[in-house]
Write a protein that binds this ligand. Structure first.
Ligand code: ADP
Ligand code: MG
Length: 238
C-alpha cells in the first residue's frame, strides 16, 4: 500500500493559473474524495497525479517517490474515467486483459486474474461478449475491472458514475465502496456530488477555484465546515 503527497502543486494553462498551490497528504488505504463545483480544478489535479497532465510547479509523490517526471504507466496507479473508453471490437475479457497483455503477463495468469475480477464485478457471464451488448452500468464495471486487474496501489476515479442513471449510480457506488473495503488500496475519487463524497470518503478535500478549502473527515466537513463556501456547498446549515 502507498500514500500520495501533494506539495504546493500548481497548474497553469498559458497565463491562466487553475491550481494555486495545493498541499495534501493522503495516507495508504484512504478513500479521498475531491469535491467542488464544475471547473474548480478536480480533474486537473487528478490528471497531474495520474501523469496525464504536466505539473507546472510543486511535487507529487507516490510511496515516498517524487513522480513528476515518471510516465503514467510507471506510477503504480489505475484510472477510471467518466466515459467507459472500452475497445468496441474487443470482448469484455479482452478489454479487461489489455493492460496485462501489454505487460507480457503469462496467459494463464491473465485468465485467472480477469476471471476473478469478472466474478467480483458480476460480469462472469459477459466475458466473451462485446461492449455493445452491455448496459451502461455493466460497461462501467468492465472499466473498473480493467483497473483492478493491474493491481495498482492507487486507484483514481474521475466522476465514474455521472453517465449512469440513478439506480445504477447507487449500485455502482456501493460496488466501489466494497472494492475499497476488500482490497484496501488508496483511492482518490473526483465528484461534484456531495452525497457521493459524504458516503464514500474517509476524508474529503473541498476545492474552489483551484484552492483547497478544507481537508477533513465527512463528519467534520459537514458539521464543522471551515468557511461559508464549504457550508453552502456541502449543504450544512450556515
Ligand atoms: P473540474 O474537473 O473541477 O470541473 P477542471 O480541472 O476540468 O475542473 O478545470 C479546471 C479549470 O481549468 C477550468 O477553468 C478549465 O476551463 C481549465 N482547463 C482545464 N483543462 C484545460 C486546458 N487543456 N486548457 C485550458 N484550460 C483548461
Ligand atoms: Mg472534471
Amino acid at each position: 500500500m502507498t500514500g500520495v503527497v501533494l506539495n504546493d502543486v500548481r497548474k497553469s494553462y498559458g497565463d491562466l493559473q487553475v491550481i494555486h498551490g495545493i498541499d495534501l497528504s493522503i495516507d495508504p488505504g484512504d478513500f479521498i474524495v475531491f469535491v467542488g463545483p464544475s471547473g474548480c480544478g478536480k480533474s486537473t489535479l487528478l490528471r497531474m497525479i495520474a501523469g496525464l497532465e504536466r505539473i507546472s510547479d510543486g511535487t507529487v509523490s507516490i510511496s515516498g517517490r517524487v513522480v513528476n517526471d515518471v510516465p503514467a504507466p510507471d506510477r503504480g496507479i489505475s484510472m477510471v474515467f467518466q466515459s467507459y473508453a472500452l475497445y468496441p471490437h474487443m470482448t469484455v475479457g479482452d478489454n479487461m486483459a489489455f493492460g496485462l497483455r501489454i505487460r507480457r503477463t503469462p496467459a494463464e495468469r491473465i485468465r485467472e486474474t480477469v476471471g476473478q475480477a469478472a466474478e467480483a464485478l458480476q460480469l462472469g457471464q459477459y466475458i466473451d461478449r462485446l461492449p455493445k451488448a452491455l448496459s451502461g452500468g455493466q460497461r462501467q464495471r468492465v472499466a473498473i475491472g480493467r483497473a483492478i486487474v493491474r493491481e495498482p496501489e492507487v486507484f483514481l476515479f474521475d466522476e465514474p458514475l455521472s453517465n449512469l442513471d440513478a439506480a445504477l449510480r447507487n449500485q455502482t457506488r456501493m460496488e466501489i465502496a466494497r472494492l475499497h473495503r476488500e482490497i484496501g488500496a488508496t483511492m482518490i475519487y473526483v465528484t461534484h456530488d456531495q452525497i457521493e463524497a459524504l458516503t464514500l470518503a474517509t476524508k474529503i478535500a473541498v476545492l474552489k477555484d483551484g484552492e483547497l478549502q478544507q481537508f477533513d473527515t465527512p463528519d467534520r466537513v459537514y458539521n464543522q465546515p471551515a468557511n461559508t463556501f464549504v457550508a453552502g456547498f456541502m449543504g450544512a446549515p450556515p
